[in-house]
Design a protein around this ligand. Structure first.
Ligand code: PLP
Length: 489
């Protein structure tokens, strides 16, 4: 490599030139994204065969690296931004979100305390208040009251920090030796992140009550089942302390009945957390806001702006009713971080609202998204996907070989290919074969779940590039593969 082209770490003119090349590379990627198999088709360990055993001793050119990205990395990428991506839940990218990430990378601040970049803290507080208003959250979730919002990396971190706050709060009340008696409640549809949080928080695994749901409540948690479990536990000398309700479960987007659950939580003094990681985005539309009716009784509320809200990963929004609980569990105040603003209680130090010390300037990208699309832009983004999912649901209903197996509330359709009536495994293998067969085409990517013991296909619309024709093509592939499978039986 020639001397004059060697990159210095922070040369503004080199940055301008190289970053332009990178932007061109990314724009070309988006332009050709449909040419790649949406689900990566490589085998485990593929990359070790393509890359050298050690890092280079001397610098290489960006072009060399980009060539490798094209040839060696992209084949191992699953294209979450492809319009043919219908798996899990979406993970939106957008130009605004991307620009915000770029700016955040450019400034590269570490905003743990207010003093480390006052704008990072204050912008975060402001955009979370903006969104509290947009989602019509109760007043006490605003920073002007006793609560406030904070950006976490993921919903998993959000539920962990509130669980820790709830644990410490109850232990302050009943004594530290009650830890082995604490009981947590959620439905069996709750995200696995909650159990992981309980594991980290030292909650007795036998007292993590994942209450059974079934098709009779569309997989929502029944208040009666919850009341009964709490009564039994109290009678057994245990200490109920935490309830997690989900709005839009991961398997089937079931919506737990917040008003009834909140009442029970209040009566029994449980911390009431509402996990709306995916579906929370829809509540920016007035016609979906009712899905979080009852959030007024919640102690904490979480939604992932990085799923379906045009904000690049990661950006998980958490509001708490009483920030002092969170701070009591998570604050530290070493000498080397002391400063006048913090000591004088004049500012928020978000380091005390999260697990790590260091934190990124994530509010920039959220602010960019809110300003460059506006709430109306976000609303039409959501409505468009819900309409596309409704179209897909209609297509499934018209083909009597298939069945829609759970109500579609947002942009996820759960369905399956009906098996022969005397199929030994209720068509589980048939549907798993259908999934593999569709995904191996590389022209669509869908995932599955199990509901009531049955293997179910999930079709989640939400990639910003997805249009009606992509949904129709995915359905055509599903139909063709189903025909082939049924004929081969
Ligand atoms: C996606 C999801 C999570 C986990 O989200 P992360 O941000 O990846 O931790 C938790 N709960 C629900 C309901 C989800 O949909």
């Amino acid at each position: 490599m020639e001397e004059e082209s060697a990159l210095r770490p922070m040369d503004a003119e080199q940055l301008r030139e190289q970053a332009h090349k990178m932007v061109d590379f990314i724009a070309d990627y988006y332009k050709t994204i449909e040419d790649f198999p949406v689900l990566s088709q490589v085998q485990p360990g593929y990359l070790g065969k393509l890359l050298p055993d050690s890092a280079p001793d001397s610098p290489e050119s960006l072009q060399n690296v980009l060539d490798d990205v094209q040839e060696k990395i992209l084949p191992g990428v699953t294209h979450w931004q492809s319009p043919n991506y219908f798996a899990y839940f979406p993970s939106n990218s957008s130009i605004a979100g991307f620009l915000g990430e770029m700016l955040s990378a450019g400034l590269n601040i570490v905003g743990f305390s207010w003093i480390t970049s006052p704008a990072a803290t204050e912008l975060e507080t402001i955009v979370l208040d903006w969104l509290a208003k947009a989602f019509q959250l109760p007043d006490y979730f605003y920073s002007s009251g006793k609560g406030g919002g904070v950006i976490q990396g993921t919903a998993s971190e959000a539920v962990l920090v509130v669980l820790l706050a709830a644990r410490d709060k109850i232990l302050r009340r009943v004594g530290r030796n009650a830890l082995p008696k604490l009981v947590m409640y959620a439905s069996d549809q709750t995200h696995s992140a909650l159990l992981k949080a309980c594991q980290i928080a030292g909650i007795n695994p036998e007292l993590c009550r994942l209450l059974k749901t079934d098709s009779s409540t569309n997989y929502a948690l029944s208040p009666d089942v919850l009341s009964e479990a709490i009564s039994n536990d109290i009678a057994g000398g245990l200490v109920p302390f935490f309830l997690c309700a989900t709005v839009g479960t991961t398997s089937s987007t079931a919506v737990d009945p917040l008003p009834a659950l909140g009442k029970i939580a209040k009566t029994n003094k449980l911390w009431f957390h509402v996990d709306a990681a995916y579906a929370g985005s829809a509540c920016v539309c007035p016609e979906y806001r009712h899905c979080i009716d009852g959030v007024e009784e919640a102690d904490s509320f979480n939604m992932n702006a990085h799923k379906w809200f045009l904000t690049n990963f990661d950006c998980s929004l958490l509001w708490v009713k009483d920030r002092s609980s969170l701070i009591q569990s998570l604050s530290t105040n070493p000498e080397f971080l002391k400063n006048k603003a913090s000591q004088g209680n004049m500012v928020i130090d978000y380091k005390d609202w999260q697990i790590p010390l260091g934190r990124r300037f994530r509010s920039l990208k959220l602010w960019m998204v809110l300003r460059l699309y506006g709430l109306d832009g976000l609303r039409s983004h959501i409505r468009n996907h819900i309409e596309l999912a409704a179209n897909f649901e209609e297509l499934v209903r018209q083909d009597t070989r298939f069945k829609v197996v759970a109500p579609r509330t947002f942009s996820l359709v759960c369905f399956r290919l009906l098996p022969h009536p005397n199929s030994a495994d209720h068509g589980n293998k048939l549907n798993s074969d259908l999934l593999d067969s569709v995904n191996s085409t590389g022209n669509a990517f869908i995932t599955h779940t199990v509901l009531s013991g049955e293997y179910i296909l999930r079709f989640a619309v939400g990639a910003p590039l997805t249009e009606r024709r992509h949904v129709n093509m995915a359905w055509q592939i599903l139909q063709d593969k189903a025909t082939a499978l049924l004929e081969s039986l």
